[in-house]
Design a protein around this ligand. Sequence first.
Ligand code: HEM
Ligand SMILES: *[C@@H]1O[C@H](CO)[C@@H](O)[C@H](O)[C@H]1NC(C)=O
Ligand SMILES: *[C@@H]1O[C@H](CO)[C@@H](O)[C@H](O)[C@H]1NC(C)=O
Ligand SMILES: CC(=O)N[C@H]1CO[C@H](CO)[C@@H](O)[C@@H]1O
Length: 503
Amino acid sequence: MEALLATLPAAGGGAVVAAAAVVGLAAITRVRMESKKRPNAPPAIPGLPIIGNLHQLMEAKPHKTFAKWSETYGPIYTLNIGALPTVVLNSTEVAKEAMVAKFSSISSRKLTKALSLLSRDKMMVAISDHGDFHKIGKRFAMMGLFGFSAQKQFWDTRKQMMDNMISTFRTSVIDDPHATHDFRKVFRDELFRLSMIQSLGEDVSSVYVEEFGREISKDEICQIIVIDIMQCLSAVDWRDFFPYFNWVPNKSFDTRVTTTEARRTVVMRALINQRKERIESGEARVSYLDFLLENSTLTEEQLMMLVFEVIAGGTETTMMTTEWAMYELARNREKQDRLYQEIQEVCGDDTVTDDHLPRMPYLNAVFHETLRLHPAATLLPPRFIHETTTLAGYQVPAGTEVMINVYGCNMDKNQWEDPEEWRPERFLDSKFDVTDMYKTMSFGAGKRICIGSAQATSISCTAIARFVQEFTWRVREGDEDKGDTVQLTGYKLQPLYVHLSPR
Ligand code: HEM
Ligand SMILES: *[C@@H]1O[C@H](CO)[C@@H](O)[C@H](O)[C@H]1NC(C)=O
Ligand SMILES: *[C@@H]1O[C@H](CO)[C@@H](O)[C@H](O)[C@H]1NC(C)=O
Ligand SMILES: CC(=O)N[C@H]1CO[C@H](CO)[C@@H](O)[C@@H]1O
């Protein structure tokens, strides 16, 4: 009891927290008895380890807590601390069973409060239930954005993006050969530019937002529709994991989510209206918005959310993955040398392009090993069992929430040797096919698998290869072991700063 109290945050007042703790323990005891009644239920987490690991939930790294518990409770177990029973999955096999074989019983979403507000109640492909909106949204994205003919339109922009990044780094190396470079800033700026061109047809430099009463710059647009949203999503509200504590008020959290959502919406509306005016004046472009306006009958709100989704979803995930890859290469000199050797053998004096990628197995391994160790989504957006089913041989009743711990699956000692080590060589093993884009579950699996995976793979791999082709990478002194993440996200806590020397 004392341990529990000591780990709870001061917010909310001692009395409230103590009361919650007492009722919480009572709930735990009840669950223990109930689970005895249902012999075919997955193991339930009893009270003690929860108290022991509560501090990790408070640090908002539930994926780590969940992985730790599975060392004791195995690949599937239930948390019954609140009104909503939750089953946590930590092995690839069981997770795939849930996402592929049992999809028809587990195809809706159970959202955290923040996700539900930010997605305007499931009005995003990734966060919708499986149904008409999901199907239509996914088809539009394939046709209007990710299909081969749509992507072909953006090849020049992508090449330009790579050239811009290299030339930005080059210029700053010439200015000061000993400088440290802010990798994230350079990469995010260019990815955001690509996202804007793909989704709105132009590299928007500013937009007038009526509600703000002023024109906002491109940096501000990126801040409001991408960065603020991602940060808001990563500010885990632990009440979501233990709905039993839902009644504990958290005003600052609720206000922050509501404000962030409102700002995102007015900026997106302004961007879309600005674009519509151009289209009305006869200026057609190839873009996702142009495609949706001409080919769909979506409401204004749906249109706004779908365009927002590809801008926000496309920028940060690819940025995070590439940043981790460069961090690992910059601190593992011999792996970087091995990659450089492969680049020289395959490309000679030519600049690396998409066309070289199939002939570069080590580059492919570097990318997948980065996705494994540093998944952008450590926990997949929760799913919901709407029809009683079995998982790993256990019966799991309708009404249970499902948490898929990608981090836990990727760290499973039974599947990966020394899982905490970044070792691309493991993917050179003949049991992995080079062309398999889903060697880990970092892009999800089954019907809800990531639709941007091909684009993300090709941008990230080409960028990594070009960066290593042009420069030798070294992390800033003292940053060799800065591998922590922001709460439950895959964000690197300390942005990557590097020293570069031209090859
Ligand atoms: C390295 C980069 C990326 C990673 C690691 C990643 C990861 C994921 C994961 C794990 C899911 C599955 C969620 C689930 O099963 O519950 C997903 C779905 C999705 N991703 Fe990505 N993603 C990446 C890049 C992108 C890009 C570039 C875009 C678009 C511009 C994108 C758009 C989406 C969409 C729309 C879905 C929802 C698919 C559905 O629910 O049917 N992703 N992504
Ligand atoms: C309220 O939410 C914030 C996140 O914005 C979190 O840091 C804090 O711990 C929460 N407080 C309580 C009592 O849950
Ligand atoms: C609308 O869809 C058709 C058929 O897929 C396509 O050819 C056309 O380019 C689309 N319109 C726009 C503006 O993208
Ligand atoms: C990361 C982690 O703890 N993974 C565990 C998942 O569950 C299996 C049991 O089947 C454990 O052995 C793994 O260690």
